[in-house]
Design a protein around this ligand. Structure first.
Ligand SMILES: C[S@@+](CC[C@H](N)C(=O)[O-])C[C@H]1O[C@@H](n2cnc3c(N)ncnc32)[C@H](O)[C@@H]1O
Length: 262
C-alpha cells in the first residue's frame, strides 16, 4: 500500500502528514469494501476519499499564509509583542476566530481552575502562541499531529524562553499523556471522534490532569451556519460524574471540568 499512501500525500497541504497516520485511515476506508486499487478509476476514487478526510481533520484549519509562520516568528521580539503574536495566531482558523476573545477566555478559565503551573495542550494548532494572553508563567506541553507543526511550536518556546515541550502525537493512538495541572482540548474532540469513535473516553481515562478545558465550535468552518449545542449530549454523558462549568464566546463553547478521579 506504500505507493498509494505516497500518492495520497502528494499534495502540498498533506505532505507533512505521517505515512502511518494516512495508512491507517486508508486501511479503514478500504476495509470490507471490494476495491481494486490497481484499477485506475477505483484508485482515483479512494485517493479522493482519503484526501477529503485528511483535509477535514487537518488541512482545512490552515490559512493560505500558514507557511509564513517561520518568518513571522523571526520578527517577534518578546512576549510583549502582541501584534507579532497575533499575526501568527491568524494563520490557523481556530486561533484566528478566537483572537479578540483570548483575554476574557483565559480570565474565565483561570478564575475557575486557579493559575496552573503546567498546561497540556492537545491537538494544539497554533494555540501555544496565545501564551502572552494567559498572563502567567507556566510550563507548557503541546502536541500536534505532525512533526513539522510541533517543531514550529518548539521553536516558539525556545525563542521566547518559555519552559515548554512540543511533540508530534496522533491522539487516536495514545498510550500515556504527561501530567499537568490543566489540559486544553480546544475544538478537538469533534474532529477526533470522526477519526475514531469513543476516542474521547480513552483520552479522559489517560489524562493525568486535575482540570480539563474542552471547547467545541458553535459555527461551521467559515462561520456561515450555526451548530447546535444539543449535539454535545454525547460529551456531557462522558463528564456527567464531574463538576463542570460552561461559558461561551460567539463561535465556541467551553467546558471547564474538574476531573473527579484526579
Ligand atoms: C480545530 S483544530 C483546533 C486547534 C487548537 N486546539 C485550537 O483550538 O486552536 C483541530 C486540530 O487537531 C489536529 N488533529 C487532527 N487530527 C489529529 C490527531 N489524530 N491527533 C492529533 N491532533 C490532531 C489538527 O491538526 C488541528 O490542528
Amino acid at each position: 500500500m506504500g505507493p498509494l499512501i505516497e500518492e495520497i500525500k502528494n499534495k502540498k497541504e498533506l505532505k507533512s502528514l505521517n505515512s502511518d497516520f494516512v495508512g491507517s485511515i486508508t486501511k479503514e476506508l478500504l476495509e470490507g469494501k471490494k476495491i481494486n486499487i490497481d484499477k485506475k478509476s477505483e484508485r482515483k476514487k479512494i485517493i479522493k476519499e482519503v484526501r477529503s478526510i485528511l483535509h477535514a481533520v487537518y488541512g482545512v484549519f490552515k490559512k493560505s499564509k500558514y507557511t509564513k509562520k517561520e518568518k513571522l516568528l523571526k520578527d517577534i521580539s518578546s512576549l510583549k509583542d502582541t501584534a507579532g503574536h497575533n499575526k501568527i495566531l491568524e494563520l490557523h482558523r481556530s486561533t484566528k476566530e478566537r483572537l479578540e476573545y483570548y483575554p476574557s477566555v483565559y480570565e474565565k478559565i483561570f478564575a475557575i481552575t486557579g493559575k496552573p503551573k503546567s498546561i497540556l495542550d492537545l491537538g494544539c494548532g497554533l494555540n501555544p502562541l496565545s501564551y502572552p494572553y494567559m498572563r502567567l508563567k507556566t510550563e507548557y506541553y503541546a502536541t500536534e499531529l505532525t512533526e513539522e507543526d510541533s517543531k514550529f511550536i518548539q521553536s516558539y518556546f525556545d525563542k521566547l524562553k518559555i519552559k515548554g515541550k512540543a511533540y508530534s502525537l496522533d491522539l487516536t493512538r495514545i498510550n500515556t499523556l504527561p501530567p499537568a495541572d490543566v489540559c486544553f482540548l480546544f475544538k478537538l474532540l469533534d474532529t477526533l471522534e470522526t477519526l475514531k469513535r469513543d476516542i474521547t473516553k480513552t483520552i479522559f481515562e489517560q489524562l493525568q490532569t486535575k482540570w480539563v478545558v474542552a471547547s467545541f465550535p458553535l459555527k461551521t468552518i467559515g462561520g456561515r451556519k450555526n451548530i447546535s449545542k444539543r449535539r454535545l449530549v454525547w460529551f456531557e454523558k462522558i463528564i456527567k460524574d464531574c463538576k463542570y462549568e460552561t461559558f461561551e464566546i460567539p463561535n465556541e463553547v467551553f467546558y471547564v471540568i474538574k476531573l473527579a478521579s484526579k
